[in-house]
Design a protein around this ligand. Structure first.
Ligand code: FMN
Length: 166
């Protein structure tokens, strides 16, 4: 399960799904991010509120292993991901967290997401912090193919985490 505003998390998720044979589910935020929308989204992020999703599918019953992938916004998960976690029935589910940021380390995001997941009854089997787009116009953007490869490489870490905590 992932949310992606700019597309980097989406490409990494594609690679991970390709390599694991997993099912991809994209969250769509109903709030447009242009103009005032981004401001509201940031406010919701800072206040750790959620948002409204378009055609949300909160069903996780068929899946015993869930990977939650979110871009990092000001040190927090994106509101769409917070909304998913607040609404899905996660009791007893094993979850791996992937935070995609403009810097490689976002421990606060992992910690906050982990806390929220555990409060919903899930167990967190592991996490990864991966590099997406650097929000600087001068920065070179990784290509879609490079991001997909990151996701493919992530698959082994994810597999090991689920296998070591059955
Ligand atoms: C509003 C905003 C806030 C961000 N805050 C952070 C941050 O605190 N730490 C970080 O490492 N990256 C931060 N980033 C960078 C994004 O996490 C990064 O570009 C990510 O790859 C975006 O994912 P996406 O392409 O799937 O939307 C921020 C980006 C935006 C737009």
């Amino acid at each position: 399960m992932f949310y992606s505003r700019e597309g980097s998390t989406a490409q990494i998720a594609r690679g991970l799904a390709q390599a694991t044979g997993g099912t991809l589910r994209e969250l769509v935020d109903s709030r447009r991010m242009e103009n005032g929308g981004m401001f509201r989204a940031l406010l919701a992020t800072l206040l750790r509120l959620g948002t409204t999703l378009v055609d949300p599918d909160y069903t996780v019953e068929p899946f015993e292993a869930v990977v939650v992938m979110t871009p990092v916004w000001i040190g927090n998960p994106a509101p769409a991901v917070t909304t998913f976690i607040n609404n899905a029935v996660l009791k007893g589910k094993r979850v791996f967290i992937v935070a995609v940021g403009g810097t490689a380390a976002n421990p606060g995001t992992i910690a906050r997401l982990g806390k929220r997941l555990m409060a919903r009854g899930a167990s967190v089997v592991g996490h990864s912090e991966v590099l997406g787009y650097v929000p600087d116009p001068r920065a070179v953007r990784p290509s879609d193919q490079e991001l997909v490869t990151e996701g493919v490489q992530l698959a082994e870490t994810v597999r090991q985490a689920f296998e070591s905590q059955p």
